[in-house]
Design a protein around this ligand. Structure first.
Ligand code: C5P
Length: 225
């Protein structure tokens, strides 16, 4: 990481509100926002169902054709795959599950880690994901880990999908979150966990404005040190 690039990391489980917060923090700081979940979703969606069972040779060849880049800042940050915006279908729960499957593979993680670090060398970032503070940007000065109960996260995702006019089933969403949580927390490579030097914020029962204020306050404190 170059001296001038400042990295804020925001890790946490599915549905905890990382994306909303990461965008707002990036906007407030005037830096770019990197959604690394979208990178795993984009890889899984492009390579397709069952790609997590491919042999190494086929997988490496598939990854070779994928090139991620980031343009813009704050709310206007845009992640591109081979120069194009990502397919909106990556936002479905199905694509989330596929992403979680492919995210267990060392080859995919190594490929994306390199791409994420390359982006972080060029621009200051708010990077959200599962292993930003632990593995990808261990030297970041501002690390946050967001958490909330499964019930609360399922409810938020349900309302979000309803707001998008999509058919949503609360029990189904809750089940998918539990499956992803278990897979993300228990995988041997880069499991979901808070970095030792991360500030953990339990967002259960707290509004997004309050969480945003706490994060910005901590960033300002870190800056003053
Ligand atoms: O954050 P989002 O729900 O979009 O992530 C989709 C999946 O991608 C996660 O369930 C996780 O398995 C994987 N992921 C990861 N490491 C990251 C970001 C996402 O393993 N840094």
């Amino acid at each position: 990481m170059s001296e001038k690039c400042r990295i804020v990391t925001l890790d946490g489980p599915a549905g905890v509100g990382k994306t909303t917060l990461a965008k707002r923090v990036a906007q407030a700081m005037g830096v770019a926002y990197l959604d690394t979940g979208a990178m795993f979703r984009g890889v899984a969606w492009t390579l397709g169902e069952g790609s997590w069972e491919w042999d190494e040779e086929r997988l490496s060849a598939g990854l070779c054709d994928l090139d991620f880049s980031l343009q813009g800042q704050g709310m206007d940050s845009e992640l591109l795959l081979n120069g194009e915006p990502l397919d909106p279908a990556i936002r479905t729960e199905k694509a989330g599950l596929w992403a979680s499957n492919i995210a267990t593979l060392g080859t995919v993680r190594a490929f994306l880690k390199q791409a994420q670090q390359a982006i972080g060398r060029d621009v200051s970032l708010v990077a959200e994901g599962r292993d930003m503070g632990t593995v990808v940007f261990p030297d970041a000065t501002d690390k946050f880990f967001l958490d909330a109960s499964v019930e609360e996260r399922a409810r938020r995702r349900y309302l979000q999908l309803q707001g998008l006019g999509e058919n949503a089933d609360l029990d189904e969403i809750s089940l998918q979150i539990k499956i992803r949580d278990a897979q993300d927390r228990n995988r041997p490579i880069a499991p979901l966990r808070a970095a030792d030097d991360a500030v953990t914020v339990d967002t259960t029962g707290i509004g997004v404005d309050e969480v945003f204020s706490r994060i910005m306050e901590q960033i300002r404190k870190n800056e003053a040190q």
